[in-house]
Design a protein around this ligand. Structure first.
Ligand code: KG4
Ligand code: ZN
Length: 336
């Protein structure tokens, strides 16, 4: 089963061809980040326009690189939720057009489900059930993956997503959007014990996160130093910040894994590229005896291959759509 996957939920126009949900035949990503960087964040209207300009060429290239044609694909999977509505609509409309023109099945894919599926592409022996920490620019969830299309949300952020928190802290330190990667790099040169940052306790849940206080603490630390004419060692602040975020993510995930009796932990989403999180989770899982899987860095961010991979499993479960498929800005991972 050869699936064409299309992704346009945020600032990457992407398409890929994947065989049986596991083997990547092509994976083409056109990023708009350079343009959005001028504005310090993603401008939805610009994102939609750039997707509309790029999508046809990106899909064509994905088919060419896979040495295949639309006629030889067996289905068209597309991210339909959640994301920027205007951006999603470009991918959904394009995929609908292809499905109508070719008569192939149209498979709607939830963006977070596809981030999880990125792991199936790199780890042939990974199968549900497992516990997944999904950390991206818009979401931070601890998800119990019961089956390829069955999920339960165990914990979530009460405010900012982990990636959002990274980007806002990085911005406060003068790094260009999206600052997560730059902050990660600078953190490697700093001492994580230099600055004590808050680890907010979340009322009423053992697994939920709260990141906005941490972001505010970084901003306050910078402002206080500025007012007093003191200098802040940015590498040390980055290292302290990364250490604290990692600690929160690792602690809650392992707590949930222990409580639920899971033996396998999986990372997913853009922030799963973070070196502190990967190292911290690797050490904690080794110590506590959990199997750990993470996507390769090339599949952590938004891409079409993960959409095609999840699309395969959605198709197997009979989750196809008709020409009335719509984009949805906000949709729980448990719904599709
Ligand atoms: O999953 P993703 O590509 O898009 C969304 O679905 O949101 O995640 C993007 C987020 C951004 O906030 C970006 O700064 C963050 O992932 N990110 C990182 C790193 N690489 C990407 N955050 C921390 N460290 C990284 N190395
Ligand atoms: Zn994403």
């Amino acid at each position: 089963m050869r699936i064409l996957g299309i992704e346009s939920s945020c600032d990457e126009t992407a398409a890929a061809v994947v065989e049986d949900g596991r083997t990547v035949l092509s994976n083409v990503v056109a990023s708009q980040i350079e343009e959005h960087r001028l504005y310090g964040g993603v401008v939805p209207e610009i994102a939609s326009r750039r997707h509309a300009e790029a999508i046809s060429g990106v899909v064509k290239e994905a088919l060419e690189q896979a040495h295949t044609t639309l006629a030889d694909t067996d289905g068209i999977a597309v991210t339909h939720a959640p994301g920027l509505i205007g951006a999603l609509l470009v991918g959904v409309s394009f995929a609908k057009g292809l499905a109508i023109a070719t008569g192939k099945p149209l498979v709607p894919v939830h963006h977070l489900r596809s981030h999880i599926a990125a792991n199936y592409l790199a780890h042939p022996d990974l199968k549900p059930p497992f516990l997944c920490l999904v950390v991206s620019g818009g979401h931070s969830h601890i998800v119990r993956v019961d089956d390829y299309t069955q999920f339960a949300v165990i914990g979530r952020t009460r405010d900012d997503a982990a990636g959002e928190c990274y980007d806002k802290a990085a911005r406060a330190m003068g790094m260009p959007y999206p600052g997560g990667v730059a902050l990660d790099r600078l953190a490697a040169q700093g001492n994580p014990q230099t600055y004590a940052l808050p680890r907010p306790h979340v009322e009423g849940s053992r697994y939920d996160f709260s990141f906005s206080g941490l972001k505010t603490a970084v901003i306050n630390r910078l402002h206080n130093a500025e007012q007093k004419g003191e200098s802040v060692n940015k590498a040390d602040l980055c290292a302290s910040f990364q250490h604290t975020v990692t600690d929160l993510l690792v602690t809650n995930t392992l707590l949930a894994a222990n409580d639920l009796g899971m033996d396998t932990i999986v990372l997913a989403g853009g922030v799963s590229a973070n070196s502190g999180l990967r190292a911290g989770m690797t050490a904690a899982c080794a110590q506590a005896g959990y199997r750990l899987f993470a996507p390769p860095l090339s599949l952590c961010g938004d891409n079409g291959a993960m959409v095609a991979a999840q699309g395969y499993y959605e198709w197997l479960a009979g989750h196809t759509a008709g020409a009335d498929l719509n984009a949805v800005a906000s949709l729980p991972i448990t719904e599709s």
